[in-house]
Design a protein around this ligand. Structure first.
Ligand code: F6R
Length: 628
């Protein structure tokens, strides 16, 4: 939520003083373009340069393009430092006046913010009492005035930030720039993301590496409760208590082009097409010289894995559906009970968690606040936490005991696609790893599971290549106002994922049900022409569920539903009951979600496109949910 960019650099005049240029503005606007998936209610920028009596700034409600048009009409001056923000509104509506940056001290100090300052009302009352006039409804403007007041007292922006953060409760990343100090940007983080980009004669701050990956791949992770001060030639980290701090440097493992559309109509389309690669990359390099499976960064002893007696998967949204799929595999392979819990519910129900519990946190962004809080709660209760995360350098892996990365590359479209299939893949690897460590499976059994997984990317490619028929069906359903999705076993979470995709992209009422639940109520919804997707298990599946699902198709069809069936190649039994069939290649039962999800993604994308909607940036949403 909210994208944040900070920049200082780069041009140096012959007298060795930093001289203004348009680079700060360009870097920040480019960073905002790449971060826009984090929020698109408004965008804004503030610039500092030597000699300015007040900062230059511009901000506009709506997407970044509105800000760019504003700057075209009213160009901004050259600068030496800049901060920029793309907003997902929390306090105050998505208007020009609530857009960040927020200025204080007569325009001499600017602040941008991600998060929520929970005690903003009491701080605001204090400031109003002291005569401050507010120009917005945001909690951020309160922070700007407090930092400005501390700055007046100290004339040191870093110390001002340090004193100010001591007064804030809640979660925040804050960046500040001041007219008096035009080659410095100061950032602070508390339970909210901030990374540093290390340049040559320039330095960067960003909510994630997308903010600066076009300029540098050298990055630095910060810990919680740290303040970072960047100038063109230095990066200095301190802790909130004023003691020196240290960041961990790393190299970003993806190219700036990975964050571009690469000729596709949307990021979502591109990311759907990247799934064969994302799955293959997640599987790559997992077997050591002795043929044993290995994870990424594990500080959990194998004896702990052997001793665990339950697994709790915590995640939100699509990531939770990936966890729900994985539960079937992990229980089957490892014979350990697996619970799946929405992260935001987890810690409020006093869960029974102890040192024999392995908590698996699944998150694309690695920053989802609900999931992070659940991770902390689990660790406080003595559980070990293993996270499955896509974004390198993010918070959840850093706060976990072990991490298994999904190597899906940057996912920019707000609706998750390749992260979902990569998460299932990674969770399956974890299941196999546990089966190996706990001795539930012989090495040759693990080999054969791994081989079945390795065959999946080519099959996903086949499903994608069959996408045109799915798209044509979606185009014919422009006027649908409700769609149901049914599945059993691993098909059930896929049904819910299909419904989620349709809701968030096409703004259509959609629900996913366990097909067996139909007769217990939902069948009353079936009406003439109601579209119902049904995910059919393989006829070869030993679960015995194929015939049950075929009966469910007949039940809804008999009541007038239009049946849209996802079935395995050659499944002749379903043909006669399907109005439309989307064929997927044969594969083992547990692997089927990796294929069955694809037509549902394509369907939702195409239906939204047909309705003229923005598939990459659906209304009201943001990619990374960093507030609770
Ligand atoms: C839906 C979607 C969300 C995320 C959820 C968790 O398409 O993308 O439901 O899956 O917000 O996000 P992460 O995985 O970043 O923790």
């Amino acid at each position: 939520m909210c994208g944040i960019v900070g920049y200082v650099g780069k041009a140096v005049a012959p007298d060795n003083k930093v001289s203004p240029s348009h680079r700060p503005q360009e870097v920040v606007l480019e960073g905002l373009r790449r971060l826009e998936y984090r929020g698109y209610d408004s965008a804004g920028i503030a610039l500092a340069a030597p000699g300015m009596t007040e900062l230059a700034s511009a901000k506009k409600a709506g997407k970044l393009t509105n800000l760019k048009n504003e700057i075209l009409q009213n160009p901004l001056p050259e600068a030496t430092a800049a901060i920029g923000h793309t907003r997902w509104a929390t306090h105050g509506g998505p208007t020009d006046r609530n857009a960040h940056p927020h200025l204080a001290d007569n325009g001499r100090l600017a602040v941008i913010h991600n998060g929520i300052i929970e005690n903003f009302a009491e701080l605001k009352a204090e400031l109003v009492e002291a005569g401050v006039t507010f120009l917005s409804d945001t909690d951020t403007e309160v922070a700007a005035h407090i930092i400005a007041r501390c700055y007046k007292g100290t004339e040191d922006l870093t110390e001002a930030m340090r004193l100010a953060v001591g007064r804030f409760r809640g979660t925040f990343t804050l960046l500040a720039v001041a007219a008096e100090d035009p080659t410095t940007v100061v950032g602070a983080r508390h339970d909210s993301p901030l990374v540093v980009g290390l340049g040559d004669g320039e330095n960067f701050l960003g909510s994630d590496v997308a903010a600066f990956v076009a300029y540098t791949k050298d990055a630095m992770e910060l810990e919680q409760d740290q303040i970072v001060t960047i100038t063109p030639t230095s990066v200095n980290v301190i802790n909130f208590d004023g003691t020196p701090g240290k960041g961990k440097t790393y190299a970003v493992d993806w190219d700036a082009e990975a964050g571009d559309k690469g000729g596709f109509a949307s990021y979502m389309d591109k990311e759907i097409h990247e799934q064969p690669q994302a799955i293959a990359d997640t599987l790559r390099g997992r077997v050591d010289a002795n043929g044993a499976l290995q994870l990424d960064e594990v500080s959990i002893d194998e004896s702990v894995f052997r001793a665990i007696d339950q697994i709790i998967v915590i995640a939100c949204g699509t990531a939770a559906y990936a966890g729900q799929v994985a539960r079937y595999a992990i229980e089957h392979w490892c014979r350990i009970p697996v619970e799946i819990e929405l992260a935001h519910e987890f810690r409020y129900r006093d869960p029974i968690v102890n040192e024999k519990t392995l908590v698996v946190a699944i998150s694309q962004s690695g920053e989802t606040m609900d999931t992070l809080m659940a991770v902390r709660h689990a660790r406080e209760q003595g559980a070990k936490v293993l996270s499955i995360v896509n974004a390198q350098g993010s918070t959840i892996p850093r706060e976990s005991d072990a991490v298994l990365y999904t190597h899906a590359g940057p996912e920019i479209a707000v609706a998750s696609t390749k992260a979902f299939t990569a998460q299932i893949t990674a969770a399956y690897l974890l299941g196999m790893y546990l089966a190996q460590v706990r001795g539930n499976k012989f090495p040759d059994e693990i080999d054969s599971l791994l081989s079945a997984l390795k065959a999946i990317p080519a099959k996903v490619q086949t499903v994608i290549e069959r996408g045109e028929y799915v798209k044509a069906t979606a185009r014919s359903m422009k006027s649908a106002d409700s769609v149901l999705f049914l599945g059993r076993h691993v098909g059930y979470p896929v049904a819910m994922e299909g419904a989620l995709k349709l809701k968030e992209l096409a703004y259509i009422h959609a629900e996913g049900f366990a097909a067996g639940e139909l007769k217990h109520g939902p069948i009353a919804l079936i009406d003439e022409g109601l579209p119902v997707f049904i995910i059919v298990p393989s006829p070869r599946s030993r679960t015995g569920l194929h015939s049950k699902v075929v009966s469910n198709i007949q039940e809804v069809r008999a009541r007038g539903a239009r049946t849209l069936v996802i079935a395995e190649d050659g499944d002749d039994a379903v043909r006669q009951f399907a109005d439309e069939i989307f064929w997927i290649p044969n594969c083992p039962t547990l692997m089927q979600p990796l294929l069955a999800a694809i037509p549902l993604q394509i369907f939702a994308m195409e239906l939204a496109t047909t309705k003229g909607l923005d598939v990459d940036q659906p209304r009201n949403l943001a990619k990374s949910v960093t507030v609770e």
